[in-house]
Write a protein that binds this ligand. Sequence first.
Ligand code: SF4
Length: 65
Amino acid sequence: MCISLCPTGILELSNELNMRIAYIPRVKEGKANYCTACRRCEFGCPDWCIYILDKEEKKSEKAKT
Ligand code: SF4
């Protein structure tokens, strides 16, 4: 669903499965800078499979791992 909601067309299905045995979305290689952070993908996902982090949040997520 999120793939069809993205106005920039940068999402695609990966070959990774989540706990519900569903393929999870990913950003197409080299296209991350085209994300406008509109969050349509996040709000439109019925299973909360995708969420948007800003650059500062992404840094702190990496620091935790
Ligand atoms: S937040 Fe980014 S990936 Fe999600 S729908 Fe908007 S442009 Fe697409």
